[in-house]
Design a protein around this ligand. Structure first.
Ligand code: ASP
Length: 443
């Protein structure tokens, strides 16, 4: 029998009703043997995540202030879930221990980790599964770097002979015996590590959306779900701001060839999004593009000089100015007499004049033009490589919407086309491109 590792996010475990859905999902497939829970998340929009309440308790405790009010709310969350599920479980000892440790100035990561820890205990009890404290099997070195090999062998050793287990997400232990967490949303990473360790067939990441959407739903109404996306495409889209999964959750499964399936706890029959490695990229997509994402807040610096292309070392000298000022750039389109550098405005705005004068000194250009309020839009898709006319369609859609294109950059892998436009045109550009590649196909 194969193995599936299933990770459930905070909203999937926010109350007893959600726990029931989670248990139904797990029990409906006997391969779903290893479960990684987050801490209880929001039940409604204004609700507070248990992790955030724990951070508040820590802040108060570290200032030697009374944190009992927040802590009681946390206890109520768990006790409510336990009562509503009708479980015979008492967490009082755990609560006391946590309270004591917080008073004794236990660390911030320790405080935050208790959300997953307690939720793991409750879920294991409800499912009738074994509970494995992540503090026994997930390791960080003294500097706080995650240790994959040590962790994988510890998990393998610990689960040997076990039919199932719940392993809380988000935290582990460092070699000096203190609890350490991943960054926020880090239960995704734990799930991925466990999937690697138990050699899972698949890593299912259960959340509250039907998967990755082709475009941002705040811009495009009811966008289609991406059925299959490759790891590289996912990186391109995540870099441009599309987020569903923690960035670090990719490498432990990617290297092991394990696909990730993003699923919706509230709609378990929906197939979700499959994230697969590049060798499975032949998986057909209905559309030429896989996804669209973008970011605002960029600036461009255009440096003009007649015959620039004949001047040896011109680009290097310009780039050195950026390097010396600790600025990395995103794109650098060039022509025979000019080059432009695109970079995030916020990093650049305070030292703009300094950069201009240094460039002037280094290469003596004819003109330097700076523009802010630029947005970058990434059109990503493995299908673009094989399809003729993709760029043409993108630009005719932009022209049709009266959008002026400031920059075009096609990645050498032909996996993406990045377009620089004015921030004011951002939404229009995304919905126009979506329409031409997706909506028109749907009709
Ligand atoms: N509970 C943690 C957070 O809110 C980790 C997670 O949910 O993955 O960030």
């Amino acid at each position: 029998m194969g193995v599936k590792v299933v990770k459930f996010g905070g909203s999937s475990l926010a109350d007893a009703n959600q726990f029931k859905k989670v248990a139904d999902i797990i029990k409906s497939d006997e391969k779903r043997r290893f479960v990684v829970p987050s801490a209880p998340g929001k039940r409604f929009k204004e609700d507070i995540k248990v992790t955030d309440m724990l951070y508040s308790c820590y802040e108060l405790a570290s200032k030697k202030k009374d944190f009992s009010e927040s802590f009681n709310l946390i206890k109520d969350r768990y006790n409510g879930i336990i009562a509503d599920l009708g479980l015979e479980l008492c967490l009082d000892e755990e609560f006391e221990e946590i309270e004591r440790s917080l008073k004794a100035r236990a660390g911030r990561d320790y405080a935050a980790s208790r959300g997953e820890y307690l939720n793991g205990i409750v879920l294991a009890k409800y499912l009738g599964f074994n509970f494995i404290d992540a503090g026994e099997v997930i390791f960080f070195d003294e500097k706080g770097n995650f240790m994959l090999e040590k962790t994988v062998s510890a998990i393998r050793e610990r689960v040997r002979g076990l039919d199932n287990a719940v392993i809380p997400g988000f935290y582990g232990v460092s070699l000096n015996d203190t609890i350490k967490t991943f960054s926020r949303g880090g239960s995704d990473v734990t799930g991925s590590i466990v999937a690697n360790a138990v050699k899972a067939d698949i890593y299912e990441n259960w959340t509250d959306v039907n998967g990755f959407l082709i475009a941002d739903p705040r811009i495009v109404e009811n966008p289609e779900v991406i059925k299959v996306i490759t790891y590289n495409e996912l990186r391109e889209l995540s870099y441009m701001g599309a987020t569903v999964l923690h960035e670090d959750a990719i490498f432990p499964v990617r290297n092991a060839g394990i696909p990730i399936n993003i699923r919706n706890t509230n709609e378990p029959s929906a197939p979700g999004t499959m994230i697969v490695s590049e060798d499975l990229e032949e998986t057909v997509s209905n559309y030429t593009i896989t996804g669209l994402a973008g970011k605002k807040g960029f600036a461009s610096i255009t440096i003009e000089k007649a015959m620039m292309n004949n001047e040896l070392g011109f680009c290097r000298k310009v780039l050195e100015v950026f390097e010396k000022n600790g600025l990395s750039f995103e794109h650098m389109p060039s022509s025979i007499d000019s080059m432009s550098i695109f970079l995030p405005s916020e990093k650049f705005v305070d030292i703009e004049q300094k950069i201009v004068s240094q460039i002037q000194k280094e290469v003596n250009p004819d003109n330097i033009v700076i523009e802010h309020n630029i947005a970058l839009v990434a059109v990503v898709g493995r299908g673009m490589r094989k399809t003729r006319g993709t760029a043409g369609r993108i630009f005719s859609s932009l022209a049709h919407n009266h959008i002026n294109v400031k920059m075009i950059d096609q990645g050498s892998s032909e996996l993406n086309i990045i377009i620089g436009i004015s921030e004011n045109d951002f939404n229009q550009a995304i919905s126009g491109i979506y329409d031409i590649f997706v909506k028109s196909v749907l009709k």
